[in-house]
Write a protein that binds this ligand. Sequence first.
Ligand code: TXA
Ligand code: MG
Length: 348
Amino acid sequence: MTDAAQILELNEDNLTRCASLLREDRLVAVPTETVYGLAGNSLSEHAAHQIFTVKGRPLIDPLISHFYDTAAAFSHVRANADARRLADAFWPGPLTLVLPKGPRIPDLVTAGLPSAAVRVPAHPAMRRLLARIDFPLAAPSANPFGYVSPTRAEHVATTLGSRLAAILDAGPCQHGIESTIVDLREQGNAKLLRPGPIDTDALEATLGQPVAGSSGPATGDRSAQTAPGMLSKHYSPNATIEIRPHGAPLASPKPDDQNPATALIFNQRPTPMPASKEPVFWLSEGGNLSEIGQNFFHLLQQCDQMGCTRLIVEAAPEGGVGTAINDRLRRAAAKPTNDPHDRQDEYH
Ligand code: TXA
Ligand code: MG
């Protein structure tokens, strides 16, 4: 079977086919409004085990479970008033809540933690799929461990294609950045674990209380973190990344003739075009923040495919989804270390 043959266009027959594959404990890559997920039955240890294996992800890094609606999600975790408030405001949507887990989600899915991450996604194709099955879907981002998240079916096909039963193609993802994750284990003490499309201001306005971990950009301070998989460090394209401040003119600091595969990546089409010999790309014609988010992971993967080995990237403006984009950019730019703990410190 070729990779291309596994990409299924979105229609009733293919949704039915994906649902039966999932019932048989097979893995299917599914579209969500954030990024594509590598999905399997969240109540099946066998399916969960395959997810970890296919992704090359260590078993200590827990998976998010995706549900059709809030009632289904909250029947698998112990929800509190904060959780109900955020669910009412933002579900279905790009928000993941970490709550004390109930008995039905296997320990393998939560990596042995007494908490579980749950989300009700908004993508219509994902919702149609969830409506066809009577179990939640465990789904990490459908990329190999440590690589950039997929925002198009082709990204999944290129990296994991041959190892999946199917890839349900619903086109490019709307946000292009993974969901916001909030730790709500303790009522009245919400903590931001991962910035995402729903920003801290919106969370705080809904909760009527400050959300810890929300002041300023992620610092990489390990002591501030509470759970595996949330700490700072790289997950990245093959190319190395250098970050330049938002609005700064981009140029290679020292023209490097030995490295012609350097590309410059701007937020918006630069005017005038820089007089550099490096190829120039931009994430959004007019610098629209949500387009920058949509295209961010896609452009990094395109640059890898074009053989770029070094990317000089303009940061997004801070605030809103810009904070989440810059968080991913910093992680993508971070250098790997030999510290074995750093393996846990990535968004996978
Ligand atoms: O947008 C998204 O969230 C995508 C789509 C597919 O839903 N999923 C995604 O999953 O980004 P993943 O596995 O790549 O990232 C989920 C993060 C991981 O860093 C994991 O460590 C963390 O959520 N996580 C999962 N369960 C947790 C828990 N019980 N406590 C703390 N962190 C948890
Ligand atoms: Mg991931």
